[in-house]
Design a protein around this ligand. Structure first.
Ligand code: HEM
Length: 265
């Protein structure tokens, strides 16, 4: 079927994936962490723990893409020069955490699960990698650009230090690159079954991100993080309300460990 507003068919993967993830995109935008960003209230602690998780996620994603770079469902969307974020994240982490940053990287369970999924499909279902690459890279090239400016302002950063993650020196026009990326996605040959799996994997990818953001906020709520928030904003509750106090001992211990780790930041 022709869509009236454009030359594309609505059977294009790029159209289908956007439609399939529209609802979870709204949920991702409305997580506490993303809301802090949008209000220009992101704190250094929030940003640092986010960078740590992004580092874990992008190392797994980019290793999986590298290992499958000649796979027919990966080659068309393989743009390491233009898109790779691992090195940018290393620079940002060094800026915020110092030269010993590697020993300070701390990530919650949701981040491990996300990275684990990326490694798994890199090994057994590379045709699903497009769903994850789309979710992260096209997001970074879209809303990410505004978020970079908001982060710079909120943390009062001078110049570009600490913001390499948001900058894509190999991409001169984000919009044109996104068009190219979509057309490459649409050139991937997938069976009906594989296409359904890719669409489901993209929804899962958004949900992994939401879980990471939520876990990061939970992690921060057991530390002194809220004290860092700008005046006039409501403090996040340090402990979950009684209804959700049925946390397992394991989770509490995990959060405390993470909390202790955060004091090293
Ligand atoms: C503060 C949070 C966010 C804001 C304000 C935001 C905003 C936007 C905007 C304005 C666009 C462009 C829409 C268009 O050109 O039609 C976009 C696209 C996109 N965003 Fe986000 N976004 C946010 C968070 C996220 C997150 C957390 C993810 C995934 C991890 C994500 C993934 C995407 C993707 C994949 C696209 C491309 C959609 C497409 O053209 O197919 N976004 N976002």
């Amino acid at each position: 079927v022709y869509s009236l507003s454009s030359k594309t068919y609505d059977s294009d993967l790029s159209e289908q994936i956007k439609a399939a993830t529209q609802e979870t995109h709204v949920r991702a935008e409305n997580t506490d962490l993303m809301t802090s960003f949008q209000k220009g209230q992101i704190t250094r602690t929030q940003y640092k723990v986010l960078l740590c998780s992004l580092y874990e996620i992008y190392t797994a994603l980019e290793e999986a893409l590298d290992r499958n770079s000649s796979h027919p469902a990966v080659a068309p969307i393989y743009f390491p020069q233009e898109l790779d974020r691992t090195e940018a994240l290393e620079r940002d982490l060094e800026f915020f955490l110092g030269s010993q940053w590697r020993s300070k990287v701390i990530v919650p369970a949701a981040t491990h699960r996300y990275a684990q999924r990326l490694r798994e499909i890199g090994k057994v279902k590379p045709e699903l990698l497009v769903a994850h690459a789309y979710t992260r890279y096209l997001g970074d090239l879209s809303g990410g650009q505004v978020l970079g400016k908001l982060a710079q302002k909120a943390m009062e950063l001078e110049g570009k230090d600490g913001l390499a993650f948001f900058s894509f020196p190999g991409v001169s026009s984000a919009n044109r690159f996104k068009q190219l990326y979509r057309s490459r996605m649409n050139s991937i040959e997938l069976s009906e079954e594989q296409r359904r799996e890719v669409l489901q994997e993209a929804v899962d990818a958004f949900n992994f991100n939401i879980q990471v953001f939520d876990d990061l906020q939970k992690m921060l709520s057991v530390t002194s993080e809220s004290a860092e928030k700008p005046k006039g904003t409501s403090r996040s509750t340090p402990f979950p309300p009684p209804s959700s106090v049925q946390l397992t001992v394991g989770l509490c211990v995990g959060l405390l460990t993470v909390g202790i780790g955060l004091y090293n930041f």
